[in-house]
Structures are given as structure tokens and as C-alpha cells.
Design a protein around this ligand. Structure first.
Ligand code: MSP
Length: 593
């Protein structure tokens, strides 16, 4: 574990911008979430989701963002099992024109809309087993303090000036757009209306005196940061995209709006006629959570990993690091970026009426089932398409048949009447294929299985570090299939416990398969926590034996004692994952529509 004194990674208060940038030379860490150990040996990591707009109810895209962060965070906890070492924040983005307009359209006070929808996000995340440690709402008093302090720091450093801002503003995306990013489309009345080229949302012309942030000064520092830390933005294509954007001019950024136009927000300190731009307000949430402006935030900040969707990359990879540098704070350690879910080939939208309700999905497919589906099928580098049949097919094949079937095969009373983890016989399965004599029963494919499962935890960790959780799950699933092949090949149901020739080999086949299951169960914990718990409990693996630090596969094969050998299995608790009944009414209905 890398030992880095936290203070070396932070900008020193009062340092000039130029000297601050010298700190970047320190930022060459190994990939993956950074752990900083303090003097007590506490290894910290701080994961964040975006904070979610409260203009509409949550959909599966929002849940996906939160699940990716949850899986990363849970995987980190398995590596560093000290509860105090990990923070994981999520929350709701409640200010701005978008929310002000949505509340007006719903005939509600903005605060009423915020309370209602924020509660829906909180409930969804509870139901979906999102293990966040913090939930922030930008309407909280602690956040207002943090944002106004941040503003004052920028002001004191000469990075804000007042000027006339004139240009397009898109309220749905809460962003300013240059003319080149605006197109015309026929509106409801047939007239051509200006819309954002990227999102298709309507834009309007704005001309007002605002506070402006000297973003243009940060083009080079941002380039240096990204060139010096090639994994800062992961996966690589997004890192590359940001460097491409930085090839172009970086105009200064308007960071306030007239309060008469936008009243639902945080006032500019010392100037009530202006409201702080909602993106500046929202981004500071990541600091508020860890106690900013109190010094305690400094011990968490260097370990920050932001998980975001590709649509908000510019805000997180350009505006946010520039604002941070401006305030004397280094950019986040990692920005993990994911793509979007479409539904039956179309973008999800309220107007198309194709928004998939995540709570219905959790009900239909179970919490662990739906978590597994989104994380197994969601590929960060490109968009993924959602449809119900795909969920049923995947879960039936991988969780019910393959994994559940394997567990059943090794624990069923018929095959394992003693209900224990049987002994491993080294003469039937010697550590090298050439060793041993006539009693050797293991074949070449069995050695390939042992080798695959031995390297699986490291492979999975590498995939997590590269933000390719779907690949981690694919690797587990491949090994589950391979283990089923092993069991099938040796057909333990044809072997006889009473025969002195068969019994040691029968025990060995079951021992190897149970060891494989123990590894799979341990590695699946970040994605399917309840199902993994059920599996590990059935195997008799105690709560203290489920971390990644001491995860050794098949120690008997490698000449070490196995703590599980001879141990009683846990109680039988029924099928691991019930097959989804394809004749259910909802599926038939979904098929017809
Ligand atoms: N409020 C801002 C974020 C501020 S963070 C300082 C915002 N909110 S959002 O509710 O619109 O989006 C939140 C997250 O959901 C983003 O990461 C976004 O990419 C993600 N998704 C929104 N629609 C999505 C899909 N269709 N598919 C996957 N994720 C999507 O942006």
C-alpha cells in the first residue's frame, strides 16, 4: 500500500497557482482507488456518485450510476476491511432553473418538489442496497456554507470578475452553449426552435451581467494534469476526449445568474442580486460531504473517486478541476466515466414514455438479480440497450442455472450426505500433472480450472481498477461454467462413497468445486451482496473469512492446510436464485407492447 502523507497531495493554503501545479509531479499512483494511510494505519477511500436532479423520479440510468459506485466501494471495503476507511456519498441536486421551472410546472413550491423527489431517491437507494455512508441535499445549510466559502476563496484569488455574458443557455442541461453547439428543430407549433445539438433540449438566448470565472487560465494546467496522470479519467477514451476538448480555446465561464431570473439557489456572498450557477453549487457537494471548509476534508480529498455518466464529463473533467485548482485544491484522484442505457434502441425520456422504473425492476427480478443484470450488461465505454427479455435470459442462465445449479450439485444430500466440506486427496490431484501414479484422477482440463480460479481474484481486482466491472463478472461467469464442466466431467453422482477407490476422488471433486464456489461467492459480494451472503453461509464461510486480503484458493493443492476441510456446511436455505418464470403476466404484456 502506498504511504503518502495527505498534506503532500493537497494544495498549500496561500500558495500561488503556479506553485500549486508543482504538486502534480506527485500524482503518479498505481491504478485504482487511492488509499491514503494516516498515522493510525487507516486506509481511506472516498467514492462519490453524481447528485441527482429532482425534477423527475429516478430511472434505471440513475440507479446504474449509483450501482457502479456501490460495487467499486464494496470491492474496496473487501480489500481494506476497516469500516471507517471508506466514505461513499450520493445525494440530490436541488437548485437551479431546471428545478425552479419543474416546480412551477407542477404547481409546487420548489422545496416541496425537492423533498418529494429526494425522498424517492433515498428510498430507491435503500431498496437497491446502495451502501452509501452520506446523502447530501444541496438545500442543506452545511452546503450553503461550503459553497459560499469556496466562492470567497475564488474571489480572494482574483479568479472572479463581473462582465456581460451573452449566449445560449439550456435549462434542461443547466449549461451555456456556443452558437456552434446549437441547431434548429421544429417545435410543437411547427416553428423552428433553437435546441442543443448534443441533447436536443431547448435553449434560450441570455444576456446579463454575471460573475465570470477565469476558466481560460486553466487550459494548460489541466493538460499537464491529464498528461501526467493517464488514468485520471478512466476508461481511456474519455481521458482522450477531454484532452481533445482542451486542444480548443477554453472560454471563461459565467458562474452566476441574475436572482430576479433564478431565485432558487445560493446567493453570491455580498451580492444578493446574483445567484450562484447551479453547476458550481452542485460540484462543491463533493467537498461539503467531507467537511469543507474545515480542515478534516484534507484527509479525504486525495482519495476521491468520482463516478459519473458521460453526459457530465465536461463539468467534472474541465470545470471542476479548474475550480479546484483555483481554490488551491488538487483535482480528484480518479474520474470513472460510464455510458448510458437506452430502451429498446431509444434514448430514455419522459416525452417518449419509455422510462424504465427501477423499483418495478427490483420487484420483478429481485434486488440482487437486477443489480447483477445492470452491472453485468452495462459497458462503460458504450451505450447499452435495455429490454425485459434480456434480463430474464441472463439471470436464468448465469445466476439460476449455472451458479445455483453448481451449488446444488455440490451440496445436495444425495451427493454430499455428510453435509461437509470433504477432504482433498493430493494423490488423486497432485500439484503437478506428472506427479503421482495410478491413483491420479485429475486431467489436463482440471489443472486449467485450478489455474483459472487461482488467478481470478487478481483479474477481478484489475477489472475493478480499470472500471470494467462487467469484465470482472464475465470472468467469474466463465469460471463458473468451467467448474460446472469439471463436475460434469467427473460425474460425482456416479461415484460411490462406500468404495475405497472412489471415495477419495469423490471427496476431492466436491472439495475443488466448493472451493471454486467460495471464491465466486467472495468475489460476487460487491455486486450481489445478499446472494453472495446466502452462498457463503451455505458453504459455512464465516463473516470474518470473506475478505479479499486472505482469499486463498484451494490451499491443499498448494501444500497448505485448508481451514474449511471437514467443516460442516451451513444450513440448507433453498434454491440460490429461483428461475424467473417466463410465463409471468408482466413479461407476456411487455412482449406484446
Ligand atoms: N445533477 C447533475 C449532476 C451533478 S454532480 C455534481 C446531473 N443529474 S442527473 O440526474 O441528470 O444525472 C445523474 C447521473 O445519472 C449522471 O451520471 C447521468 O449520466 C446518469 N444518467 C442519466 N441518464 C442515464 C441513462 N440513460 N443511462 C445511464 N446513466 C444515465 O446530471
Amino acid at each position: 500500500m502506498l504511504r503518502i502523507p495527505a498534506f503532500r497531495l493537497l494544495g498549500r493554503a496561500g500558495a500561488s497557482r503556479v506553485s500549486l501545479l508543482e504538486d502534480f509531479g506527485l500524482r503518479h499512483y498505481s491504478s485504482g482507488a487511492l488509499c491514503v494511510r494516516d498515522d493510525t494505519g487507516d486506509a481511506r477511500a472516498y467514492f462519490t456518485t453524481p447528485i441527482f436532479y429532482v425534477n423527475a423520479a429516478p430511472h434505471i440510468g440513475h440507479l446504474y450510476s449509483a450501482l457502479l459506485a456501490d460495487a467499486l466501494c464494496r470491492h474496496h471495503r473487501l480489500r481494506v476491511p476497516s469500516a471507517a476507511a471508506t466514505r461513499f456519498s450520493t445525494g440530490t441536486d436541488e437548485h437551479g432553473l431546471k428545478i425552479q421551472q419543474a416546480a412551477a410546472a407542477a404547481g409546487l413550491a420548489p422545496s416541496e418538489l425537492c423533498d418529494r423527489v429526494s425522498a424517492q431517491f433515498q428510498q430507491l437507494f435503500r431498496e437497491a442496497d446502495i451502501s452509501s455512508t452520506d446523502f447530501i441535499r444541496t438545500t442543506e445549510a452545511r452546503h450553503r456554507v461550503a459553497v459560499q466559502h469556496f466562492w470567497r476563496v475564488l474571489k480572494a484569488r482574483g479568479l472572479l470578475y463581473k462582465g456581460l455574458y451573452e449566449g445560449w443557455y439550456c435549462a434542461s442541461d443547466e449549461c451555456f452553449l456556443p452558437e456552434a453547439k446549437v441547431t434548429r428543430q421544429p417545435g410543437p407549433s411547427g416553428d423552428l426552435c433553437p435546441v442543443s445539438l448534443e441533447s436536443g433540449h431547448p435553449v434560450s438566448w441570455t444576456k446579463e451581467e454575471n460573475y465570470i470565472f477565469r476558466l481560460s487560465q486553466f487550459r494548460e494546467p489541466l493538460q499537464r494534469w491529464l498528461r501526467g496522470d493517464p488514468q485520471a479519467i478512466t476508461p481511456e477514451p474519455f481521458h482522450h476526449a477531454v484532452l481533445q476538448w482542451l486542444e480548443e480555446e477554453l472560454p471563461d465561464l459565467s458562474v452566476s445568474r441574475r436572482s430576479s431570473h433564478l431565485h432558487w439557489g445560493i446567493p453570491v456572498p455580498g451580492d444578493d442580486s446574483q445567484t450562484i450557477y447551479v453547476w458550481l453549487d452542485a460540484l462543491v457537494n463533493y467537498l461539503t460531504v467531507i467537511g469543507y471548509p474545515n480542515a478534516e476534508f484534507k484527509s479525504w480529498w486525495p482519495t476521491t473517486s468520482h463516478i459519473i455518466g458521460k453526459d457530465i464529463l465536461k463539468f467534472h473533467a474541465i470545470y471542476w478541476p479548474a475550480l479546484l485548482l483555483g481554490a488551491g485544491i488538487n483535482p480528484p484522484h480518479r474520474i470513472y466515466v460510464h455510458s448510458h442505457w437506452t430502451v429498446c434502441g431509444q434514448k430514455m425520456s419522459k416525452s417518449l414514455g419509455n422510462v424504465v422504473d427501477p423499483r418495478t425492476c427490483l420487484d420483478r427480478y429481485t434486488v440482487d438479480g437486477f443489480r447483477y443484470f445492470l452491472l453485468r450488461q452495462g459497458v462503460p465505454n458504450w451505450d447499452c440497450d435495455y429490454y425485459d427479455e434480456k434480463v430474464v435470459k441472463l439471470l436464468d442462465a448465469e445466476l439460476a442455472d449455472s451458479l445455483g445449479g453448481l451449488l446444488n450439485r455440490c451440496t445436495a444430500n444425495r451427493i454430499n450426505p455428510s453435509g461437509t466440506y470433504p477432504a482433498f486427496c493430493t494423490t488423486c490431484f497432485p500439484s503437478e500433472p506428472g506427479l503421482g501414479g495410478a491413483s491420479v484422477r485429475a486431467q489436463a482440463e482440471d489443472y486449467a480450472l485450478v489455474s483459472a480460479v487461482t488467478t481470478l481474484p487478481k483479474q477481478v481486482a484489475d477489472h475493478y481498477d480499470n472500471f470494467q466491472i462487467y469484465k470482472a463478472l464475465e470472468a467469474v461467469s466463465t469460471c463458473v461454467r468451467q467448474t460446472n464442466g469439471f463436475v460434469q466431467r467427473h460425474a460425482p453422482w456416479k461415484l460411490n462413497w462406500e468404495s475405497p477407490v472412489d471415495a477419495p476422488w469423490l471427496g476431492t471433486v466436491l472439495h475443488v468445486a466448493l472451493e471454486c464456489l467460495r471464491i465466486f461467492g467472495t468475489l460476487l459480494q460487491p455486486v450481489t451482496p445478499s446472494l453472495a451472503d446466502k452462498l457463503l453461509s451455505r458453504l459455512g464461510v464465516s463473516a470474518t473469512e470473506r475478505g479479499l486480503g486472505e482469499l486463498y484458493f484451494l490451499p491443499r493443492f498448494y501444500g497448505h492446510p485448508c481451514p474449511f476441510e471437514g467443516r460442516r456446511l451451513g444450513p440448507e436455505t433453498g434454491v440460490l436464485f429461483p428461475r424467473l418464470d417466463q410465463s409471468r403476466a408482466w413479461l407476456v404484456k411487455a412482449h406484446k407492447t
